[in-house]
Write a protein that binds this ligand. Structure first.
Ligand code: SAM
Length: 250
């Protein structure tokens, strides 16, 4: 199994593939100020196995949601979960790269994306997806964000290497404005979204993951990288989190 397949195998059984939480999805949705009963059209981009997609379907009983991700394995699980939750008829999955979405212009009331826009870059994503929103439509995206003005060298160097676009919320707001959005809300994800909802479940599954792959060197390398990422978070969590940006298409 190659590294990519190993990563999918480790993450697919988690309810989330990145930091987040049901209560935070609900709070971000409230900040969108949409009528929850309205028959809105929503795109959830980089949806993974659909934690946010299912949350949105539950919170907006008349919404129709296109759940897009380039990993078919994740979308298959999302479809199973949607059937179990009784919302499958309102969710359409789309296996597609976020850089090549086949959407028509101005078709969505809401574009949602949790922990995924970084894959094409925050500014590039904002620019590419804006045309899919109706005028006045709302974008809600979570993005890795510095919480403090200065940071220890270790974490500054790590994130600058991993994701050079990391910045403070004030700078991200300026990017939103530059790309034709008006910010209407913001929250940061609290610690439990990282530890309880994302990192601890991965850690709990590492022994089983390693034995399933006969402790291959590739599987050991992936497990070590996860543990290092978690240790960095635990040491420096005061300095970064995901910011959730809610903005209206101007
Ligand atoms: N939104 C989900 C959540 O919060 O649980 C998943 C977040 S996970 C950190 C990022 C997701 O983006 C993964 O499901 C991954 O398959 C997807 N992804 C990564 N690069 C992508 C791309 N270029 N196009 C579409 N999806 C992509």
């Amino acid at each position: 199994m190659d590294d990519f397949s190993l990563l999918i195998d480790l993450h697919r059984t988690n309810s989330r593939q990145g930091p987040g939480g049901d209560a935070e999805t609900e709070l971000a949705l409230r900040l969108c100020r949409l009528d929850p009963q309205a028959p809105v059209k929503v795109a959830d981009i980089g949806c993974g196995t659909g934690a946010s997609t299912l949350g949105l379907a539950r919170l907006m009983p008349n919404a129709r949601i296109v759940a897009a991700d380039f990993l078919k394995d994740f979308l298959d699980l999302l479809e199973d979960n949607a059937s179990k939750a009784g919302v499958a008829e309102r969710i359409e999955t789309l296996a597609c790269a976020m850089e090549e979405l086949p959407f028509e212009e101005e078709q969505f009331d809401l574009i949602w994306s949790e922990g995924a826009i970084y894959n094409m870059g925050f500014e590039a994503g904002l620019k590419a997806w804006r045309r899919f929103l109706k005028p006045g439509g709302v974008l809600a995206v979570s993005e890795i964000t510095w919480l403090t003005g200065t940071r220890p060298d270790e974490i500054e160097a790590h994130w600058t290497r991993e994701y050079p676009e990391i910045d403070m919320a004030s700078a991200k707001m300026r990017v939103l404005e530059r790309q034709g959005y008006s910010p209407i809300g913001y929250l940061t994800l609290p610690e439990h979204c990282w530890l309880d909802n994302y990192y601890r479940p991965i850690q709990d599954r590492l022994p089983e993951f390693l034995s399933r792959h006969n402790h291959s060197s590739d599987a050991e390398a992936i497990a070590n990288a996860e543990q290092q990422e978690i240790a960095l978070y635990e040491k420096h969590k005061a300095h970064y989190s995901y910011g959730f940006y809610i903005a209206q298409r101007v």
